[in-house]
Write a protein that binds this ligand. Structure first.
Ligand code: MN
Ligand code: MN
Length: 462
């Protein structure tokens, strides 16, 4: 008599919630990892803050700034910062660079609201900042929530001023207003993309006038007086700056069972953090391993801190030069994980997903062979050989994984930095964490998947 259950077990793909199979000991590890991640996430709301966090921790763990005049040996740990907004870490391997590098790339920028170059204005005795949103957002989600302001201002004398205000409860926060439902009949009848216009994402920053019987723009004057007293700046200085609004919430456990984490910027800090932890926990690798944490992914990876810039290639060239070999020979043998998130299947919006080819929370990291839109346009479609290689590494090291793609065919689409890595003639595939409510101010991931991401990159580094 054929045992159907056993036969199915042997032949079918496992599709199991990881909570059903992990040990108590492993469970404990996932919880501790999640607590550390939440602390990181609360500190690192912008790419600059992420770089600051990672570099500080790396230095404590033996990483030194890459010095071209220094001789490096296997096991040495180095990093290079790109303009304070992206950073790359490496550990020199035992093998010659001719055998290639093992690389993980994530991005540390997230969708947010940037200030325009001439931001401040008064309207009907309220003062606002004009903004230009950064990345793909659903604008209505960013109204009526507390926002924190981060960034950097460069003064004429070239001194720089760092701004961080709105995170601590003792500090004020900022706000984009929305129309009350009573008067929103017209707004509510518009399509979601039109209901809140980009030009109405104005940040409320004050309402207290400077006490005077004469003069106009007295609220703006009072705000500028406060800014001048606190930071020593004048209105013109706000133009020579990068100032960004992000949600002022802290990350929180979600659910009675606390199995999930809600937070701003999981995309893609929930992959950057495990990738970084993986290189911290790697000692004396066979091949040189590299963790690249990039900026500008959310706006197409352009600019000198994005993955289309030569910064990454130059760094790899300098690594290859340690062994005196040509960059192209090292790159052609290199392998990479594009460690970025994927859309988790959401039962509330099931019609946008192909449930047979979606990633699910609590089932481990998702291998995404290709991204893109329409007929895979713009995708770096990983080869069978390479995903076959990744599968072996994951299975040999007990990494729980699933395979999926981003939603139903022709419902939209998206891309990652995989194609820019592939352009360097490196084998690459996307491996990441399924996220609910991606690009919203408060995204959700699973604690188990987060830990599997750490295991995945750690295993990949060998
Ligand atoms: Mn991403
Ligand atoms: Mn994204």
């Amino acid at each position: 008599m054929v045992d159907i259950k056993e036969l199915k077990n042997n032949l079918f793909c496992p599709k199991k919630n990881l909570y059903l199979k992990i040990s108590d000991e492993e469970f404990e590890k996932t919880q501790n990892f999640a607590e550390n991640y939440k602390k990181f996430l609360d500190f690192s709301k912008t790419e600059r803050k992420s770089v600051e966090y990672f570099v500080k921790k790396a230095k404590k763990n033996g990483f030194e700034e890459f010095d071209l005049d220094k001789k490096y040996n296997p096991g040495d740990r180095i990093f290079r910062i790109n303009r304070g907004k992206s950073v790359v870490f490496a550990i020199i391997g035992k093998n010659n660079s001719r055998e290639g590098f093992n690389i993980a790339v994530s991005h540390i920028d997230s969708p947010r609201i940037d200030l325009k170059p001439n931001p401040i204005y008064e309207n009907n005795e309220m003062v606002f900042f004009k903004t230009h949103y950064y990345g793909g957002i659903k604008k209505y989600q960013w109204t009526a929530i507390p926002l924190a302001l981060y960034g950097k201002i460069i003064l004429k004398n070239q001194d720089s001023i760092e701004i961080s205000i709105g995170e601590n409860e003792s500090e004020p926060c900022f706000y984009i207003s929305d129309l009350l439902p009573h008067l929103a009949r017209e707004q509510m009848s518009k399509s979601m993309s039109k209901a809140i216009e980009g030009e109405s994402l104005n940040i409320l920053i004050g309402s207290l006038p400077f006490k005077s019987d004469t003069g106009s723009e007295l609220v703006k004057l009072n705000i500028l007086k406060i800014l001048n007293e606190k930071y020593g700046i004048i209105e013109r200085d706000l133009s020579f700056a990068e100032l960004e609004l992000v949600p002022a919430f802290k990350s929180r456990d979600i659910g009675f069972d606390r199995s999930l984490i809600g937070g701003y910027g999981h995309d893609d800090r929930c992959c950057a953090f495990p990738a970084f932890e993986a290189i911290l926990n790697t000692k004396n690798p066979e091949k040189t391993c590299v963790v690249m944490l990039a900026d500008k992914e959310e706006i197409g990876s352009d600019g000198n801190t994005g993955m289309k810039s030569s910064f990454f290639r130059y760094f790899l060239a300098d690594l290859a030069s340690i062994d005196g070999i040509k960059t192209r020979h090292a790159l052609s043998k290199s392998r990479a994980l594009s460690a970025d998130v994927d859309a988790a299947f959401d039962p509330n919006y099931s019609s946008s997903f192909d449930s047979i080819n979606s990633s699910f929370i609590n089932r481990g990291v998702v291998i995404t062979k290709y991204t893109g839109s329409g007929g895979k346009a713009g995708a770096s479609d990983a080869s069978a050989e390479f995903i076959g290689y990744v599968r072996k590494i994951f299975e040999d090291n007990n990494v729980n994984y699933q395979l999926g793609e981003l939603g139903k065919v022709d419902t939209g689409g998206g891309g990652t930095v995989a194609k820019y890595i592939a352009n360097l003639n490196i084998d690459v595939v996307d491996v990441g964490i399924p996220v609910l409510s991606m690009h919203s101010p408060f995204e959700v991931i699973s604690k188990l998947d987060l830990y599997e991401m750490f295991k995945a990159v750690r295993a990949f580094f060998g």
